[in-house]
Design a protein around this ligand. Structure first.
Ligand code: IPM
Ligand code: MN
Length: 333
């Protein structure tokens, strides 16, 4: 049985993670759960947002479920975002962000796309400096990171039977960096494509991709892109699953995977029992599907979520975390 490190974090992270753990336990009896801490409150207590012990537990388990963390509004000396630290320290180089229409809660049927976001470099390389009145941020694109995100995307094409892989970039104004990204991804996906694979590979400029996400989301399938473009496009696409309460993600490296609802710690609603646990539960399903290679169990969880929202829950009623959790667990019983 797999081991799972559980990092609830701050705010509503603490409310949505227990339901996701309960769902994983329902479909994976014998799952061993190791709690760990990270985030703003951890920083305030220990002076570090991701203590070394937390990294050790995730490395040992190879899989983690992460809630959400708060960040200070102003720069605090010594503080580094917990999620960015985890992505970097654990080399979680791919971020899968699927967006699928759910009955009744999604504003539009027929959307089923995945953003595959490069998760370690680009404008997140942390190379920002001031030269007098000029602020410069370096956007780092390497062949190595572009090849491995391309390989991940090709692996996703193989394992899911999807039909179209679109490389999203801005090589018209960034011919060196985004040219390298595009060419590397193209090269590796062509290499990975077997004789029986009939999926197509194409590309879109990021602005056109944004327009298509807004206007024709059902025409998109798998989008592979650089870090910041993936950050922005995945939030835009999340509209179509029904908003942040439903948007799931998996940070996925070779040594570990960390599932994470896309939403933040939402301090404004924390502690009231009104956070939607669906994104955390769907993120847990990604762990089952990709990290643990248990696609049937993942499909059971996803079906339970879809059925609960289609038939058992009233999307117009005020949301209670425990009501949503109860409905999904009942579908799994
Ligand atoms: C996300 C978030 C993070 C990011 C923040 C919290 C650093 O927006 O996971 O998309 O920018 O990657
Ligand atoms: Mn984001």
């Amino acid at each position: 049985m797999p081991d799972l490190c559980v990092i609830p974090g701050d705010g509503i992270g603490r409310e949505v993670i227990p339901p996701a753990v309960a769902v994983l336990q329902a479909v994976t009896p014998g799952l061993s759960v190791q709690p760990a801490e990270a985030g703003w409150e951890t920083f305030q207590r220990q002076g570090i947002s991701v203590p070394p012990a937390t990294l050790e537990i995730v490395r040992a388990c190879r899989a983690a479920l992460f809630g959400a963390v708060s960040s200070p509004a102003r720069r605090v000396v010594g503080y580094r975002s917990a999620i960015l630290t985890l992505r970097q320290e654990l080399d979680l180089y791919a971020n899968l962000r699927p967006v699928r229409s759910l009955p009744r809660v999604s504003p539009r049927p027929g959307v089923d796309l995945v953003v595959v976001r490069e998760n370690t470099e680009g404008l997140y390389a942390g190379r920002e400096r001031l030269e007098g009145d000029v602020a410069i941020a370096e956007r780092v694109i390497t062949r190595r990171a572009s090849l491995r995100i391309g390989r991940r995307a090709a692996q996703l094409m193989h394992s899911t039977g999807r039909r179209r892989l679109t490389i999203v970039h801005k090589a018209n104004i960034l011919p060196l960096s985004d040219g390298l990204f595009r060419d590397s991804v193209r090269q590796v996906v062509e290499e990975q494509r077997g004789p029986g694979d009939d999926w197509q590979v194409d590309e879109l400029l990021v602005d056109t991709a944004a327009f298509k996400i807004a206007a024709q989301p059902e025409t998109l399938d798998v989008l592979v892109t650089t870090n910041l473009f993936g950050d922005i496009l995945s939030d835009a696409a999340a509209t179509w699953c029904g908003g942040m309460g439903l948007a799931a993600s998996l940070n996925w490296g070779d040594e570990a995977a960390l599932a994470e609802p896309v939403h933040g710690s939402a301090p404004d609603i924390a502690g009231q029992g009104i956070a939607n646990p669906t994104a955390a539960i769907l993120s847990a399903a990604l762990l089952l599907r990709y990290a643990w290679q248990m696609p049937e169990r993942a499909a059971r969880v996803e079906a339970a979520v879809a059925q609960a929202w289609a038939q058992d829950l009233d999307p117009a009623a005020p949301l209670r975390t425990e009501t949503v959790t109860g409905a999904i667990l009942a579908r799994l019983a």
